[in-house]
Design a protein around this ligand. Structure first.
Ligand SMILES: O=C(O)C(=O)C[C@@H](O)[C@H](O)[C@H](O)COP(=O)(O)O
Length: 354
C-alpha cells in the first residue's frame, strides 16, 4: 500500500470485523499491528482477541487519559513496532478515543518516516473529529498538540456501538465538535442537533447525524489538508478553547476537550459579534444553549493574562498576531481575524460574567 494516501475512506459499519478483515488482508501476514488504550483493552478488546490473534495482529496498550498524550507514550509505540519487525509496508490499526488516535497516528507517521495507519474511533469526539482529517500529534510543554504531523489514515471505520459504553460526559464533549460543524458550515446540521436527547439515544439516528458532521469535516480537509486557509474553520472555538483546556490542566481541574471548545466557542462568538457583525440575538441564544449543556468554567480576572499567553502559542498565529476564525453569521466563516488584546480580554470578561 505504501505511504501515498491522500484522502481516507470513511466507513460506517456495525460489523467491524468484516471491514477490518478486508484491510488486514492487503498487508503481509505479521505486518499488521494494533495500538489501543487501557480502557478499550479492558472493555472491548476481549471481544476481538480471537479475531486479532487469528489474523496475526500484535498489540501495544497505552495508558488512557489526556496526560498520557506525550512523547514517552509515542516512544512505547515506536519500541513495540521496532521490536516486532514493523517495516514500511506495515499497517498500524489505532483503536481508541481522540487521545489514542492522535498519539498513535503520530507514532505511525514518524516511524521509519511513515507507515500506513487506520483509525477505529471509539468516542463521539474521535468519530466526528479527531480520527478524521489527518492531524496527528501530542501535547508538549503544557501546550495542546504542540508537536505533530498532517497525514491522513488510509481509512476511518466508524461504529456507533462503541458509544454505548462511553459515559455521558464524553458524549457531551464530542457533541461540541458537532455543534462547531453546524456553526461553521451547516445551519441545518445545527438545527438537527438542538433536540438531541442524551438520555434517550437512538443509535441509528446518531449514526446519521455523525455522518452529517463528518461530511463538514471532510469538506474542509479535502480542500485544505495542511491548514493553509479554509481548514482554519475547523479550529473555530479552539484558540480560546485550547487556552481554557491548558489553564484547567495547570490549575489541576482538567476539563474534557469538547467542554473547553464549547467555552471557547462562546467567547469567539462574542468576538464574532464585535469583529464580523455576527447577530447579537444568535450569540445570546447559542450562549444559553451551550451553557445549559456545558455549564460554566469559572475564571477570574487574574487568569486573563495567562489565557492570553496560552493563545499566543496557537498554531494559526502568524508574525506574532493571534489569528482567530470567526463567524459573520451561522454557516459563514472569516479566517485570520486578528483581535486586539483588549478585545480578547473583553470576550473573556463576557464569558466570566455569564
Ligand atoms: O481538524 C482540524 O483542523 C481541527 O482544527 C479540528 C479540531 O477540532 C481538533 O481538535 C484539532 O486537533 C485541533 O488542532 P490544533 O491544530 O489546533 O491542535
Amino acid at each position: 500500500m505504501g505511504n501515498s494516501t491522500i484522502y481516507s475512506k470513511i466507513l460506517y459499519t456495525r460489523d467491524l470485523e468484516a471491514e477490518l478483515k478486508a484491510y488486514i488482508e492487503k498487508y503481509p501476514k505479521g505486518k499488521v499491528f494494533l495500538a489501543t488504550e487501557t480502557t478499550m483493552d479492558e472493555l472491548w478488546l476481549p471481544r476481538f482477541n480471537a479475531f486479532f490473534e487469528e489474523s496475526g495482529v500484535k498489540k501495544v496498550v497505552i495508558p488512557a487519559g489526556e496526560h498520557n498524550k506525550k512523547i514517552e507514550s509515542v516512544g512505547k509505540i515506536w519500541e513495540f513496532l521496532s521490536h516486532n519487525g514493523c517495516d514500511r509496508k506495515s499497517l498500524l490499526i489505532n483503536i481508541g478515543g481522540g487521545m489514542l488516535t492522535d498519539l498513535a497516528g503520530f507514532a505511525a507517521t514518524t516511524f521509519k518516516r511513515g507507515i500506513d495507519f487506520l483509525n477505529i474511533p471509539t468516542t463521539l469526539l474521535s468519530q466526528v473529529d479527531a480520527s478524521v482529517g489527518g492531524k496527528t500529534g501530542i501535547n508538549f510543554s503544557g501546550l495542546k498538540n504542540e508537536v505533530g504531523t498532517f497525514k491522513e489514515p488510509i481509512a476511518v471505520i466508524i461504529n456507533t456501538d462503541f458509544l454505548k459504553t462511553i459515559d455521558r460526559e464524553n458524549l457531551v464533549s464530542g457533541f461540541a465538535e458537532m455543534i462547531k460543524h453546524g456553526l461553521i458550515h451547516n445551519p441545518e446540521h445545527l438545527e438537527e442537533l438542538k433536540p438531541f436527547d442524551f438520555d434517550n439515544i437512538d443509535y441509528d439516528h446518531l449514526q446519521e447525524i455523525i455522518r452529517h458532521s463528518v461530511n463538514v469535516k471532510e469538506y474542509f480537509v479535502a480542500n485544505d489538508l495542511t491548514e493553509n486557509n479554509i481548514r482554519k474553520a475547523l479550529n473555530f472555538g479552539h484558540t480560546v478553547g485550547h487556552a481554557f483546556e491548558s489553564l484547567a490542566m495547570e490549575q489541576k481541574r482538567p476539563v474534557l476537550h469538547g467542554y473547553a471548545v464549547a467555552y471557547g466557542m462562546i467567547a469567539e462568538l462574542y468576538l464574532s459579534v464585535k469583529m464580523c457583525g455576527f447577530p447579537e440575538s444568535d450569540l445570546n441564544i447559542l450562549t444559553q444553549w451551550m451553557l445549559g449543556i456545558y455549564g460554566k468554567f469559572e475564571i477570574s480576572e487574574s487568569d486573563f493574562e495567562r489565557l492570553y499567553q496560552l493563545m499566543t502559542h496557537d498554531k494559526k498565529n502568524e508574525s506574532g498576531r493571534i489569528n482567530f476564525t470567526l463567524l459573520p453569521e451561522i454557516g459563514q466563516i472569516a479566517i485570520n481575524q486578528n483581535c486586539s488584546k483588549e478585545l480578547i480580554q473583553e470576550a473573556l470578561e463576557y464569558y466570566r460574567n455569564l
